[in-house]
Write a protein that binds this ligand. Sequence first.
Ligand code: AHM
Ligand code: MG
Length: 330
Amino acid sequence: MKKITNLTNFLFEQHTHSKKSTELGNIISQIVLATKIVSREINRAGLVDILGKTDKINIQKEEVQKLDELANTTFTELLRQSPHVAAVGSEEVDNIVVFTDKIHHTAEYIVHIDPLDGSSNIDVNVSVGTNFVIFKRKSKSGKLQKSDYLQAGKNAICAGYIVYGSSTMLVFSSGKGVHGFTLDPSIGEFLLSHENIHYPAITTIYSVNESYEPKWNDAIKHIVSEYKTSKNHSGKPLSARYIGSLVADFHRNLLKGGIFLYPADNKNPNGKLRLLYEGIPFAFLTQQAGGYSSNGRLDVLEIQPRELHQRIPFFVGTKNEVKHLEKLLC
Ligand code: AHM
Ligand code: MG
């Protein structure tokens, strides 16, 4: 019989019942509970009044969708219930949300989260996701410092994403490989379904929003044109696949072998995707899965964030293909 394990037991076993596994396990349980609620709401979104926009604009100057708001409130409030979470940085909120209740006095962890990624796909029944990364604060106690929540990805202790697709799947790493858990709705549990995920050796897919080509620089134009020929690093033309939900594009490329590109262009000189809760979670998982991520010059895990909503050009996928791209861009 196939081994049946849920996420918290798995984490507990991986970290040999240590203090870290108890604390992380508690935070992950809160994320799991929020995920089940958000997944339920997404599944019945067409039936109740939660599709469409609110009348708000977020810090990114984007219109806030009702599901964005619901996901943000659900994740933030459930993380607030964990005594180990000191603060949450969310795509939907201008500033870091610091928890100051009594239960958080000894809290040591910071969670950065994009509660609902792929907003443009919400209303059309296409996969969306949630991405998160967890850091441990650097200062031991007292007021939370910028240096506690603006940490480079190489310091992360755990990262993951949830893809709300034909099934709901949570993929995570706490530094000991990348593992996928699928929600079994009949029992309401995430069960281990993909143990030790690794990028395949061969790249078969490239993912980029090619409608922006007129705004790219010549190097990016050249690299993307190579993907359609045998001149790329893989030596064979690649297939194009682009969903427009980073989680779903990343998940497919991780399982099938692909490279995802969101370059800077002359409209977005720093790219579109945000370093802390979009770049770093996928960079961390990618490193654990044997891949590589770059902003075109540097390993994303080496970049020191200067601000909460900082944007970066983002290239992520199989190691050889991303390294090849980096060489052509430098
Ligand atoms: P969001 O966080 O507002 O949903 O934006 C991020 C999304 C990513 O999921 C996706 O990779 C990208 O934006 C798609 O952008 P574009 O529509 O410009 O291709
Ligand atoms: Mg996003």
